[in-house]
Design a binder for this molecule. Structure first.
Ligand code: AMP
Length: 564
């Protein structure tokens, strides 16, 4: 069985394909969304999801979130003295999704289609694939999130030919894509986006506002207080879906500091972020040669598109109401599951041919001959331009610059800058050429980029016919299969927390948090109830544990209400 996975910045989820269509796989706690949060304890137990998020309130220095932003980078996260990359942390999330899916489906799951933002470059896509492999999954395909969303909408909601604009504002990234569905072909016409804009930035505005208003300095706050401010800011942001005034209230230095923030003021604060949204939208339209008026459907993806400020902005910008038939959190995972079924050639799936585009320009470094005869090196020469439909193959011819030049070096670059040094170096090829006068010898450079983001570069010397070919598998920091196995072994000292105990662990953590947050009678009550619940857990009597858990949850609800 191939499952579809939406590995999100804030939440992740998995889906599978059934004869009635794609379905979300609930996690062990019965929820659709698993927070993309990882926490490690002193005994090397790894917690993922809701439990990890709850641990984050108590042990922020041992908990990591929003790591998708650093996917493919060398950034190290230190959790309780141990170091992890975003790739390692993502592999824990993927492993949890895989295990939960196995329990739910009652069969082993070894293959997956994983989605990534369309704007993820090669390095980040490969890191995602590697994270899947570290989690013990064969990654059948890395699919762009908007493509997945459009598949989910296009194939299950709409039958006619449609031009879509997929507007995806997740926790940490923003993607816009223009897609066209006609007959059996779903074609991505253009993608654009911003890797550093997402729902978390809309939370950050409230955090900054609260700190300013309360005259708080970042350096004077403990991690725990800061965690409290962030969770209050998040709750305040979510409340704007239903109220015109949000509230943030935190206990700082023994004092409850409360701040009312009217929606109007929040809307003002959001203006610079909304302005940042415009650019990628315009770029995707112009790259796709499509006018705003030609768009039939605006598909919303990502949790942050639920923000009324964002929705209003979309309606104003497009002068059209977006399609909200599908849950914006689920469309991507459902689409990934359909893609998995297409790979398996399941009969219930309408066969579609999927075309994608190359998100970045691929090119090489060249020198430019100036009018005064001097050469200026370090220029970028595009070969496959961004938003070219893939698979694509393009050839460019380059001439020698100097007399008796003996070699030509081809730097394979990815990016949009005019200058080679500002773009990402993917690899290099070096080829010998016959000595001759400048401009008399030439090489043909062919780039072939396929649907799985694998680039093949071929250099051919025109006069001698000498050829060199290289498959570019990403940067030198990309892991080989052996390195993956090694890292898996290295990480094996960590024990993933047994998921069957998840619910009770979560209750205990909530209890500990409430203990910290309350004072007086409520605090004493929590202390008593935590001890009692721990004792019942030690009996390992299932019936008793279930009963005690119900009681414990009820007590916590009462304490929470009383503490408001
Ligand atoms: P995703 O990465 O797609 O799961 O999106 C997560 C982002 O959506 C986070 O920044 C959440 O705060 C935000 N989000 C989720 N639900 C809502 C909501 N009802 N209103 C505003 N933002 C939301």
């Amino acid at each position: 069985m191939i499952i579809g996975i939406d590995l999100g910045t804030t939440n992740s989820l998995a889906a599978y394909f059934t004869e009635e269509g794609p379905k979300i796989i609930p996690n062990r706690l019965g929820r659709h969304l698993t927070p993309s949060v990882v926490s490690v304890d002193e005994e090397n137990q790894v917690y993922v999801g809701e439990t990890a998020r709850e641990r984050g309130f108590l042990y922020p220095h041992m908990t990591a979130s929003v790591f998708k932003r650093d996917m493919g980078s060398d950034k190290k996260y230190r959790l309780g003295g141990k170091e992890f990359t975003a790739q390692d942390l993502s592999s824990f999330v993927l492993r949890t999704l895989k295990e939960d899916a196995e329990v739910y489906l009652g069969e082993t799951v070894e293959e997956a289609v994983i989605s990534v933002p369309a704007y993820f470059d090669d390095k980040r896509r490969k890191a995602t694939k590697r994270a899947g492999e570290l989690a013990g999954l064969k990654v059948e395909r890395i699919i762009s999130e908007p493509t997945a969303a459009a598949i989910a909408y296009g194939l299950y909601e709409k039958q006619k030919n449609t031009k879509f604009l997929v507007f995806d504002l997740g926790g940490g990234t923003f993607d816009v894509s223009i897609l066209e569905l006609f007959e059996n072909i779903l074609e991505v016409r253009a993608v654009a986006g911003d890797n550093y804009l997402g729902g978390e930035d809309f939370t950050e505005l409230l955090v900054q506002h609260y700190m300013e208003q309360m005259d708080l300095k970042l350096t004077e706050l403990t991690q725990k207080t800061l965690g409290q401010i962030y969770s209050q800011a998040e709750a305040c942001k979510l409340s704007y879906s239903g109220t015109a005034t949000g509230v943030m209230s935190c206990r700082i230095g023994g004092e409850e500091k409360s701040l009312k923030i009217p929606l109007r003021s929040y809307e003002k604060m959001c203006e610079p972020l909304l302005a940042k949204i415009r650019k990628p939208v315009q770029r995707s339209l112009s790259d796709a040669h499509v006018k705003l008026a030609d768009i039939d459907e605006i598909v919303l993806v990502g949790g942050a598109t639920r923000l009324p400020v964002v929705r209003d902005f979309i309606i104003r910008m497009f002068k059209k109401f977006p399609d909200t038939a599908m849950n914006p959190d689920e469309a991507v995972a459902l689409g990934a599951a359909i893609q998995g079924a297409m790979k398996e050639r399941q009969e219930a799936v309408r066969e579609v041919i999927l075309t994608d585009v190359c998100a970045f320009t691929l090119g090489t470094e060249t020198a430019v001959r100036l009018k005064d005869g001097k050469t200026d090196e370090g220029h970028f020469c595009p070969i496959i331009e961004r938003n070219t439909v893939i698979p694509a193959s393009r050839t460019e011819r380059f001439y020698t610059l100097y007399d008796d030049q003996e070699r030509v070096r081809i730097c394979v670059l990815q990016g949009e800058s005019r200058y080679a040094k500002n773009n990402l170096l993917l690899g290099e090829l070096d080829i010998e050429i016959p000595k001759n006068k400048a401009g008399e010898e030439s090489v043909d450079v062919t780039y072939t980029y396929d649907i799985n983001s694998i680039l093949e570069v071929e250099v051919c010397v025109t006069s001698s016919g000498l050829r060199q070919r290289r498959i570019i598998k990403g940067r030198e920091n990309d892991m080989t299969d052996r390195e993956i196995e090694e890292r898996m072994r290295e990480l094996s000292y960590l024990k993933i927390h047994p998921r069957e105990q998840e619910e009770n662990k979560l209750l205990l953590l909530k209890g500990e948090r409430l203990y910290e947050e309350t004072v007086g009678d409520n605090r004493r009550r929590m202390e008593y109830e935590i001890q009692k619940f721990e004792m019942v857990l030690n009996t390992r009597d299932r019936g008793k544990i279930e009963e005690a858990a119900k009681h414990f949850a009820q007590v916590m609800e009462e304490v929470e209400e009383d503490d408001l």
